[in-house]
Design a protein around this ligand. Structure first.
Ligand code: UD1
Ligand code: CA
Length: 452
């Protein structure tokens, strides 16, 4: 059996935040979400997360992706693991991860499981030029691991050790269950350290090894805001490099922020200063220009998105969006559309080759094919209490500055004259005009101007 325990009960005092540390976001996703995403890429039979500080928030975020153990008081990492111990399978291996280590990759987790086959405990280590506040790996003359010493408990000599504990381990369940209660809190922080198990296992004649990670940065722990920024930079570079490799062009990847769950087809061009959060897919040949923010949206092929925000929406092929458009609330744009500047759409569905080029709001609206919207069309969908629907048939022509007071239906081939406020349905093929007639007063214009 393969188990995993993820520790996420700590407050994260050094973050100086009311948010639990592991809920701080990297590329739009809480740190703990990164850990779980990579853990889920590895085969395990059971994943247990230890929560305490901000437990409800974390449970609400991860729902049934893992099972939970509660650590009411944070008495150290050893005490945290103890809270999960009853949920472990009696035999097999357990990977232990810390929720504040968001860069760790699935290959590393898999490698640790495999490395522990003939061992009772495998500790993953790293070499840091500045080992700072990490626990130090103490080895004997034969380079065998002896113990882990927390920096607060280190002697002067031990502080000089550059090999550190990453906080990633693989235990034989049987031995973890058997020996965890032997950990004491006799140390500088009066905490129960899981790291003490190295010495305890060795004293009991068990097989312990410490092996080092290939990329030291992969195991950086996030304890403050600078660490968070460094972890983000590392993950950002990793994601962007992978997409470069798969045929995506970046103008400047330092300014392009892509979530783990976003995917691309070939020949996408990404300008700097764009954010792609949540689960997006971007189709072949599409270009995303600066100032765009996409969340949980699907964009088709050969689309241009220019300085626009698109949330929870779907865009077809050969569509031009923006500059400065805002699509949200499950909007669906079919192929060949043109959505221009200062256009907002909420829960709008547009048929093929429709044009909505300037200063328009469409909310709760269903539009057919080849419809033309003039400048400044507004669907009046809200009466202060309820939302109402607007329906517009194929080939309709909606003039500039038209208000459509919903609920309303405009038939196929209907025309609405510019400046009209319509509150009655417009039948197929008809022309609606709803504005006051103009009156011209001869000579009054000149008189007015001369007075000034
Ligand atoms: C820990 C390790 C240290 C290692 C470093 C790597 C111990 C004793 N120390 O130190 O050797 O170099 O990580 O990043 O393990 N947590 C709980 N309950 C608690 C205490 C902590 O769930 O009672 C969780 C925290 O939420 C966090 C993780 O365990 O996700 C690590 O705790 P933290 O206090 O950050 O440990 P470090 O001092 O970084
Ligand atoms: Ca830490």
């Amino acid at each position: 059996m393969r188990n995993a325990i993820v520790l996420a009960a700590g407050k994260g005092t050094r973050m100086k935040s009311s948010l639990p540390k592991v809920m701080h976001k990297i590329l739009g996703q809480p740190m703990i979400g990164h850990v779980i995403t990579h853990l889920n890429e590895v085969h395990t039979d059971k994943n247990i997360m230890v929560v305490g500080h901000g437990a409800e928030m974390i449970q609400d975020y991860l729902k049934d992706q893992v099972s939970f153990a509660l650590q009411l008081e944070q008495k150290g990492t050893g005490h945290a693991v103890l809270q999960a111990i009853d949920q472990l399978d009696p035999t097999g291996d357990t990977i232990l991860l810390y929720g504040d280590c968001p860069c760790v990759q699935s290959e590393t987790i898999e490698w640790l499981f495999e490395s522990n086959q003939d061992y009772d405990l495998t500790v993953l280590t790293a070499f840091f030029f500045d080992p700072a506040k990490y626990g130090r790996i103490v080895r004997d003359k034969k380079q065998r691991v002896k113990k882990i010493v927390e920096y607060k408990d280190c002697s002067k000599n031990e502080l000089n050790i550059k090999e550190v504990n990453t906080g990633i381990y693989c235990f034989k369940n049987e031995m973890l269950i058997k020996h965890i209660k032997e950990i004491t809190n006799n140390n500088a922080q009066n905490e129960y350290y899981i790291t003490d198990l190295v010495e305890i296992f060795i004293n009991n004649g068990l097989k312990v090894q410490a092996i080092s990670v290939k990329d030291n940065d992969e195991v950086m722990g996030v304890n403050d805001r600078l660490d968070l920024l460094n972890a983000q930079r590392w993950i950002q570079k990793k994601i962007n490099n992978a997409w470069l490799d798969k045929g995506v062009t970046f103008i400047n990847p330092l300014g392009t922020y892509i979530s783990l769950q976003t995917t691309f087809d070939e020949d996408v061009v990404l300008y700097p200063n764009i954010y792609l959060e949540g689960k997006n897919h971007i189709g072949r040949g599409t270009t995303i220009l600066p100032g765009s923010f996409l969340i949980n949206s699907k964009i088709g092929e050969d689309v241009t998105v220019d300085a626009s925000r698109i949330t929870d929406s779907v865009v077809g092929n050969k569509v031009n969006i923006g500059p400065y458009a805002h699509l949200r609330g499950h909007t669906e744009i079919s192929d060949g559309n043109r959505i221009g500047n200062f256009v907002e759409m909420k829960n709008a569905k547009l048929g093929k080759n429709t044009r909505c080029a300037h200063l328009t709001y469409l909310g709760d609206t269903e539009v057919g094919e080849d419809v033309n919207f003039g400048c400044g069309v507004v669907t009046v969908n809200y009466d202060g209490k309820h939302k109402f629907k607007t329906k517009i048939g194929d080939h309709a022509f909606i003039g500039s500055n038209v208000n459509l007071i919903a609920p309303i239906e405009v038939g196929k081939n209907a025309v609405i004259a510019a400046g009209s406020t319509v509150d009655k349905d417009v039948p197929e093929n008809d022309l609606a005009i709803a504005r006051q007639r103009q009156e011209n007063k001869p000579g009054l214009g000149l008189k007015y101007i001369q007075k000034k």
